[in-house]
Design a protein around this ligand. Structure first.
Ligand SMILES: [Zn+2]
Ligand SMILES: [Zn+2]
Length: 347
């Protein structure tokens, strides 16, 4: 099959022909129609994700058609149009049986612990538990764009922070997952304040439903600006970059009893940031929540939000590219120059 192979970190992917993926007995093979390019692919390409062993095929935000099913896969069929969460639970351990697939101890992280979907075909294990059939009205490009970013944002805003209509939500960082958090916050009826340093991204955040936007380079103090706009602080705040400064801003912008949700992956020096504990968590009695992925059985709630018309994914789309152009997008991500959701639709 044709695939984009990561052989050397921080170097262009090698577009080449490799062996087709092996069919897991409990899994399926999916012919990839569309695949998103995510910042976590970029982290893997930079060499900061310890899960990746080279040579490697990245890519975890796919939509496609099932072309083969293993003997132990009972509920997914050939020709089903599908996607799957980036974090796949085994389906049989106690946490999976309790419905919490994203914290499974033996999770398969597609495009990280195994080869991903920057290729013609991708193998998906634990298929009965994790493969999500797409509703007929949901296009492949929308399903791919949900990828990990919108599903992660949905889990963060709806399931973890439990943001309700009439509340205020701050979103720090308007890359793919941040923009998705803005759109989901707006879709559930929250007042959304979006923060970034790129006016093009802030414009897209407005389109996605942000009530207010803040260019962090143009204000002295981001938390104060948010506290002024919200009359005392946001009810919930999402950090979508994995950067110490925005993490601290997210905590400091919150109202009493506010909920911080960490969805940016804090790597390297950002892995162990200083926490303004006394001012925020202690006196304001804040909650610090982590959010990573969305269990397959929750996708239907996200599909419902799209079907209701309150969440328009197309407005978040950025560039359409070929597999050959993925490396160019990674180089743009070095400088946060990528805007909107980039989709590979020619493989
Ligand atoms: Zn499990
Ligand atoms: Zn991702």
């Amino acid at each position: 099959m044709k695939a984009a192979l990561l052989e050397q970190f921080n170097q262009p992917l090698n577009i080449t022909t490799t062996a087709d993926p092996q069919l897991p007995s409990d899994g399926v093979i999916v012919k990839v129609n569309v695949c998103g390019v995510c910042r976590s692919d970029w982290h893997g390409w930079k060499g900061t994700n310890p899960l990746i062993a080279r040579p490697h095929v990245p890519g975890h935000e796919f939509a496609g058609v099932v072309v083969a099913t293993g003997p132990d896969c009972k509920h997914i069929n050939i020709d089903d149009r599908v996607t799957a969460p980036v974090i796949m639970g085994c389906g049989s351990c106690p946490t999976c049986r309790a419905g919490q697939l994203t914290i499974c101890d033996t999770q398969h992280v597609i495009g990280f612990t195994g080869w991903g979907a920057f290729a013609e075909y991708v193998a998906v294990p634990y298929a009965d538990t994790n493969v999500v059939k797409l509703p007929p009205a949901l296009d492949d490009d929308v399903a791919a764009a949900l990828g990990c970013r919108t599903t992660t944002a949905f889990a963060a805003v709806v399931d973890r922070a439990q943001v309700k209509a009439g509340e205020s939500l701050a979103v720090h960082g308007c890359g793919g997952v941040g923009l998705s958090a803005v759109a989901i916050g707006a879709a559930v009826g929250a007042t959304v304040i979006a923060v970034d340093i790129n006016n093009e991204k802030l414009q897209l955040a407005k389109t996605a439903g942000a009530t207010h936007v803040i260019n962090a380079r143009e204000v002295d103090d981001v938390p104060s600006a948010i506290r002024d706009l919200t009359g005392g602080g946001a009810n919930a705040s999402v950090e979508a970059l994995g950067v110490t400064e925005t993490f601290q801003n997210s905590l400091r912008c919150l109202a009493k009893f506010g909920r911080h949700v960490q969805i940016g992956q804090p790597l390297d020096e950002h892995a162990t940031p200083m926490i303004p504990l006394l001012e925020t968590v202690y006196y304001r009695q804040l909650a610090i929540l982590g959010s990573r992925g969305l269990s397959a059985h929750r996708f239907s709630a996200l599909f419902d939000l799209i079907a209701s018309g309150r969440l328009n994914m197309q407005q978040l789309f950025g560039k359409r590219i070929t597999l050959e152009q993925v490396s160019d997008v990674f180089y743009q991500m070095d400088n946060h120059e990528d805007v909107g959701i980039t989709l590979i639709d020619t493989i």
